[in-house]
Ligand binder design. Structure first.
Ligand code: DGT
Ligand code: MG
Length: 370
């Protein structure tokens, strides 16, 4: 009978950091469904089920082929409890639970509001509870005070809700690179986030920038922002000073932002600087586009940790930290790796050093799309 041939079945690890996940997702119909359910749990602050669906989606993303029968999920980690969703999709092409969420007014409204730069789930929830259901209602409500970030989020909504292309990310890399060269010859610039993982499109462009000389990075970000402003490229800047302090480490809450200096920007990108032009938008003939850019500036001796932490994906990062904690009694964050058994910090100058300390096979950035 089928399935009796003794073939070696490679076991799939429950940890995303022990799987190789490229941008090619063979199970998108399942992972999209799981992500809707996860997001809905997140909106309802049910962290357990939210994480369970995110993990299940991540496992399916790593598979070399599409799941065609429920039995194919039997030996997969993190999937058991979600069989129902899988069966529905296999049988009907969609899942009842997912359709219910997608047509739910609360889900739709929170999804809409959180799509605005500067509006998180808490604010979205507050607006929803006030009875607001659309942007026009939110903007017309006299009791709502938008902060500067949200004002810019609405102002540039059309542009920044459209995906950023790889060519646009490259053009921004060139701009930032030119700016930092005029500031210091020993500047270091790295593209991180989804584009480092080989994604074709992203919601923003993430960079790490620092200087080889320790301490010299302290004024770097502000100098960069000043120059961008002078060139007329700065549409918005939220600058957060560094409160990095080695003695505060390690920090346990991986969802918490790190302590490095960083800024959340909206930049004006000229179409003429983008190979092949701007990613097209209907009826847009301005010739430029507003793009979200994040810059993080760690001191050079923290570079490897910051690079690993900002390259993502989020699920990959979560599992790397969970693996460190559960399997190795180590604490990993964007600043450092701490060995609780030896009671010491482990040094690293490259990402490979960190994987080696953890005893995890090195995973290339383009294999971290978990
Ligand atoms: P996308 O949506 O195409 O921009 O995708 P990514 O993977 O570039 O996602 P993004 O830009 O939100 O974040 C890039 C990485 O930076 C992410 O994998 C982890 C890190 N990161 C960003 N925001 C946070 C945060 O609030 N907390 C922590 N711990 N890490 C963050
Ligand atoms: Mg990104």
């Amino acid at each position: 009978p089928e399935g009796c041939t003794p073939t070696a079945v490679a076991t799939v690890s429950q940890y995303a950091c022990q799987r190789r996940t490229t941008t090619e997702n063979n199970n998108k119909i399942f992972t999209d469904a799981f992500e809707v359910l996860a997001e809905n749990y997140e909106f309802n602050e049910l962290e357990g089920p939210c994480l369970a669906f995110r993990r299940a989606a991540s496992v399916l993303k790593s598979l070399p082929a599409a799941v065609r029968r429920l039995e194919a999920t039997n030996n997969l980690p993190c999937l058991g409890e979600h069989a129902k969703t899988v069966i529905d999709i296999l049988q009907y092409g969609c899942s009842c639970d997912v359709e219910k969420v997608l047509s739910d007014e609360r889900y739709q409204t929170l999804k809409l509001f959180t799509s605005v730069f500067g509006v998180g789930p808490k604010t979205a929830e507050k607006w929803y509870r006030r009875g607001l259901r659309s942007f026009s209602e939110a903007l017309a409500d006299p009791s709502i005070q938008l902060n500067r970030m949200q004002q810019c989020g609405f102002l540039h909504y059309g542009d920044i809700s459209r995906p950023v292309s790889k060519a646009e990310a490259q053009a921004l890399t060139n701009i930032i690179d030119e700016v930092i060269r005029t500031i210091t010859p020993d500047a270091v610039l790295a593209l991180t986030g989804g584009f480092r993982r080989g994604k074709e499109f992203g919601h923003d462009v993430d960079f790490i920038l620092t200087t080889l000389e320790l301490g010299k990075e302290e004024n770097l970000l502000q100098s960069v922002v000043r120059k961008l402003k002078k060139q007329g490229l700065l549409l918005f800047c939220d600058y957060q000073v560094s409160n990095f302090d080695m003695s505060k480490l390690p920090c346990h809450n991986f969802e918490a932002m790190d302590y490095f200096a960083k800024c959340f920007l909206i930049l004006r990108l000229e179409g003429s600087l983008v190979e092949g032009g701007l990613h097209p938008a209907e009826g847009d003939c301005r010739g430029w586009k507003a793009v979200r850019v994040d810059l993080v500036s760690p001191p050079m001796d923290r570079y490897a940790f910051a690079l690993l932490g900002w390259s993502g994906s989020r699920q990959f990062e979560r599992d790397l930290r969970r693996f460190a904690r559960v399997e190795r009694r180590m604490l990993l964050d964007n600043h450092a790796l701490y060995d609780k058994t030896k009671k010491e910090f482990l040094a690293a100058t490259t990402e490979k050093d960190i994987f080696a300390h953890l005893g995890v096979e090195y995973i290339e950035p383009w294999q971290r799309n978990a």
